[in-house]
Design a protein around this ligand. Structure first.
Ligand SMILES: CC(C)(COP(=O)(O)OP(=O)(O)OC[C@H]1O[C@@H](n2cnc3c(N)ncnc32)[C@H](O)[C@@H]1OP(=O)(O)O)[C@@H](O)C(=O)NCCC(=O)NCCS
Length: 217
């Protein structure tokens, strides 16, 4: 069907709604600050599956209380799992869609204006698999910090592995497994994810691998 003649609907921005209900959210944060941390963690588990704007508002208040940093207008949709919230830093205007799994044990930093589609994993540690005398499940965890810079869109089902930095303005294709740094303003797809082109107007097209990188920040 040709959609070119269809009228474009004005997009309802979450940030406008956020601005309108901010006094209410501030009140919730004041209340939450008075609660012990374990109680807030318990509440986060209780409200993980709460749907709609109410659920998003409650989770915002709790993430703000529990994370190392959390900017304005962060929408965490239902069924999102967050491990080690104290090692997670988020900027403003971040959306995290249903069924995502973030393990911040090794530290996760997410910038401003980041959209994470449903069913994405962000993992910030690896098991030490070097010692054959230790069962892998008993092997120590090695922290591998992850940085997702500003203005990034991560497609559905992508896996962001420990130790990578995703550069400003990048797009990660659905289902990608990101094992290496992604240069700024690149489009990276596949398993393992490779930048296939730069988003900058006029930049040369596809780059074969991250070794030849689309471009650097
Ligand atoms: C990455 C994406 C944005 C690329 O869109 P695009 O610029 O239109 O790219 P194209 O469709 O021209 O594809 C370019 C090449 O990359 C390949 N490609 C595109 N997306 C891919 C993906 N997710 N995984 C693997 N390869 C992919 C295409 O097959 C094509 O390869 P070819 O040149 O060998 O034919 C899009 O494919 C995507 O994955 N979007 C995410 C959608 C999503 O998760 N939405 C959730 C709701 S927020």
């Amino acid at each position: 069907m040709d959609q070119s003649n269809q009228p474009k609907r004005a997009r309802r921005r979450g940030r406008d709604l956020f601005a309108r209900i901010k006094p209410l959210l501030d009140l919730g944060q004041t209340f939450c600050r008075a609660l012990p941390r374990p109680v807030c963690l318990w509440l986060l588990n209780r409200f993980r599956y709460a749907r709609g704007m109410g659920g998003i508002g409650i989770r915002f208040i709790l993430w703000r209380r529990l994370a190392a940093a959390c900017g304005d207008n962060v929408s965490v949709h239902e069924s999102v799992w967050l491990r080690w919230p104290q090692f997670l830093s988020l900027g403003r205007n971040v959306s995290i869609h249903p069924l995502c799994y973030l393990d911040a044990q090794g530290c996760i930093t997410i910038g401003n204006d980041v959209s994470i589609a449903h069913n994405v994993s962000v993992l910030s540690f690896e098991h030490d698999i070097g010692d054959l005398n230790v069962p892998i499940k008993d092997a120590p965890c090695l922290p591998r910090p992850v940085v997702i810079e500003d203005d990034v869109w991560i497609g559905a089902g992508a896996r962001i592995l420990g130790g990578v930095r995703i550069g400003t303005g990048s797009v990660i294709g659905a289902g990608a497994v990101v094992t290496r740094d992604v240069p700024a303003y690149s489009l990276a797809v596949g398993v393992p994810a490779r930048p296939i082109r730069s988003r900058r107007p006029g930049a040369p097209g596809a780059a074969a691998s991250s070794d030849t990188g689309a471009e650097t920040a």
